[in-house]
Design a protein around this ligand. Structure first.
Ligand code: MG
Length: 155
């Protein structure tokens, strides 16, 4: 068994869609980024790559590369996992915490689990997604952005 941890954060920006865990969430602002800025998919990608000892999302999909501009991050997750699977690993389970003041994550958790699981060829029961606020503290409390922590277990 191998364990990996991933972290990601993105800044809120006007004129962007808010996409988390492959789900477009209705909100006045989205997240800035080279790709679709899906911080949930990015943190999970890093957790899975970290567990396999295969680097990180930046080494596989550098943001200096125009191929990944506006990229669907679920597709990046899927591609990263193919590398991990080719090295002989299989995802057992992942647990994700999304830290954001607004919007509420809870109503979107079921669909996020389904989409993330599909990208990783596992059932939704293998993927847990939880939302937390930062109790109004710091940059998350000021609604400047979103942070995500993910843990993945591979066998
Ligand atoms: Mg990111």
């Amino acid at each position: 068994m191998r364990v990996g941890i991933g972290y990601d954060s993105h800044r809120f920006a006007d004129g962007r869609k808010l996409i988390l865990g492959g789900v477009e969430i209705p909100h006045p602002r989205g997240l800035a980024g080279h790709s679709d800025a899906d911080a949930v998919a990015h943190a999970l990608t890093d957790a899975v790559l970290g567990a396999a000892g295969l680097g990180d999302i930046g080494s596989l999909f550098p943001d200096s590369d125009p191929r990944w501009k506006g990229a669907n991050s679920l597709e990046l997750l899927h591609q990263a996992y193919r590398t991990v699977a080719a090295a002989g690993h299989r995802l057992v389970q992942a647990d994700i915490t999304v830290i954001v003041e607004r919007p509420k994550i809870g109503p979107h958790v079921a669909l996020m689990r389904e989409r993330l699981a599909a990208a990783l060829s596992v059932g939704p029961h293998a993927i847990s997604v939880k939302g937390k606020t930062n109790e109004g503290m710091g940059w998350i409390g000021r609604e400047e952005g979103v942070a995500v922590i993910a843990v993945a277990v591979l066998e």
